[in-house]
Design a protein around this ligand. Structure first.
Ligand SMILES: Cc1cc2nc3c(=O)[nH]c(=O)nc-3n(C[C@H](O)[C@H](O)[C@H](O)COP(=O)(O)OP(=O)(O)OC[C@H]3O[C@@H](n4cnc5c(N)ncnc54)[C@H](O)[C@@H]3O)c2cc1C
Length: 443
């Protein structure tokens, strides 16, 4: 074997991982199927780290925004993706947007010129037995996807995300909503937002009229309707459909009226911290702005802050909280690590960040060391912790980095001050973690 680690997939995560391993002195075989006769439905070139849609790495504000904070942590860890993005940024206010072609060319050049990396334009169809990082992204080649499904078991690899919106718990008005379970079975585990008939009728009309996102041509034929029909499609089937589905009010005594509500929206806890709650059964193709406008008409959610909005896309991702250990290794085959969007993180930056930390774990392991994961108070630690155990495996869906993944700072503060409290605490925690890892020579 003429390499120490094979990386499968030269996208955002695989490119970052290759760079990190190579800079630490490990020899890397980077297997990328584009340029070798294969491609995905979304990529247009054979460059590494191609951005398939928007040219933005989102907010670069490290003081008030979780993704901006993640940028900073990645820079501190010598990220290639961040270095190339900074080099090729274009004006975009406080966002970090880039010239996508120059960016991808720069990443490709850096990787090609690194003597520790060999790029092989090949498609990989099975799980290797040597140290490997799988970073094949949301559009993983189908033979490899089948091999991953066979290794991980029934239902552990999804081909579509059907995301219901996720709400920050502290933005729900609990003077209107209440905690209960249907028929009082089990604990009072759900937040219930009640609607009367007029509110329900208006809500259904808004769903039907709301602007929707179209499916891409290559997504249209993938069946998704059975398990996760969008709420607006249910609404179109008849005004009562939702009231007999996810919005049914039966068995839920509203303590303020002593009666069942005409209809209800239920929220279920989505992370171990209890800071994020998903709207049960509310997967949707409504445009994001429309979701915010329409969902804020639900009593109790008038001031809801959304950690993520709903969507339905083609997306291959594994049930990471169930399948991976804290260092992103497949529990059933620990020579294989996963990185990038296939782990259930979402977005260019998050994918590259998980590629970075997967590589750092692999480096530590190759030298007989153990790298302690970054703490949950940091952006990288919060994201990593979410996909490797903080998220509920039953409802696991892809997630962007956000403050709701971090333990809340003590006390109450105004919104802007609260964001600063998160980022100031994160900076300290990250610096301590980095200093301690460097002392033990694990990064
Ligand atoms: C249509 C679409 C639009 C998106 N828009 C955005 C957006 O605007 N903003 C955003 O932040 N995120 C967006 N995303 C999500 C985006 O894909 C990820 O954020 C990011 O590209 C994921 O990085 P990754 O490295 O995990 O996967 P990718 O960047 O997709 O890289 C995976 C690589 O693996 C290769 N590969 C796959 N299978 C094999 C195999 N069997 N053998 C060898 N190589 C293989 C692929 O060719 C690809 O180069 C979008 C995704 C899609 C599908």
């Amino acid at each position: 074997m003429s390499f120490d680690v094979q990386i499968i997939g030269g996208g955002l995560a695989g490119s970052e991982a290759a760079w990190q391993l190579a800079e630490a002195g490990l020899r890397v075989r980077l297997s990328e199927m584009r340029g070798g006769g294969d491609t995905t439905p979304a990529h247009e070139t054979d460059r590494l780290a191609e951005m398939v849609c928007s040219n933005s790495f989102r907010s670069d504000d490290a003081e008030h925004n979780a993704v901006g904070l993640l940028h900073q942590e990645m820079r501190d860890l010598g990220s290639l993706v961040m270095r190339c993005a900074d080099q090729h940024r274009v004006p975009a206010g406080s966002a970090l947007a880039v010239d996508r072609e120059a960016f991808a060319s720069e990443v490709t050049r850096a990787i090609e010129q690194n003597p520790n990396i060999t790029i092989v334009r090949e498609r990989v169809d099975s799980l290797p037995d040597h140290p490997t990082i799988i970073a094949t992204g949301p559009l993983t080649g189908s033979a490899l996807a089948e091999a991953i499904a066979a290794q991980t078991g029934q239902g552990a690899l999804a081909f579509f995300d059907a995301i219901a919106p996720i709400v920050h718990r502290d933005s729900v008005d609990m003077d209107v909503a209440w905690m209960a379970a249907r028929w009082d079975k089990g604990g009072k585990d759900y937040i219930n937002c009640p609607l009367d008939k007029a509110q329900y009728d208006d809500f259904i009309a808004a769903l039907i009229d709301g602007e929707k996102m179209p499916f891409k041509d290559w997504e249209k034929d993938t069946p998704y309707f059975e398990g996760c029909m969008p709420i607006e499609v249910m609404a179109e089937r008849g005004p009562e459909t939702l009231r007999y589905g996810p919005m049914k009010g039966v068995g839920l005594d509203n303590p303020r009226t002593g009666r069942w509500p005409y209809a209800v929206v239920q929220l279920r806890q989505d992370n171990a911290l209890g800071t994020l709650w998903n709207m049960v059964g509310f997967q949707t193709k409504l445009k994001h702005g429309e979701q915010v406008r329409i969902f804020r008409t639900i009593p109790g959610l008038e001031n809801a802050e959304f950690a993520r909005l709903g969507g339905i896309h083609r997306n291959s991702f594994i049930n990471s909280p169930k399948l991976l250990d804290r260092e992103l290794r497949l529990v059933s085959k620990p020579n294989v690590r996963f990185a990038g969007q296939i782990t259930g993180c979402e977005g260019y930056v998050e994918s590259a960040a998980i590629g970075l930390i997967a590589a750092r774990f692999a480096v530590a392991e190759s030298t007989g060391n153990t790298l302690t994961p970054p703490p949950a108070e940091t952006a990288l630690g919060a994201l990593l912790g979410h996909i490797t155990g903080g998220a509920d495996a039953e409802t696991f869906q892809p997630m962007n980095v956000n403050f709701g993944l971090m333990p809340p700072p003590p006390g109450r503060a105004r919104k802007a001050d609260r964001k600063k409290a998160y980022t100031e605490r994160a900076r300290g925690a990250f610096a301590d973690w980095l200093a301690s890892a460097r002392e033990r020579e694990t990064v």
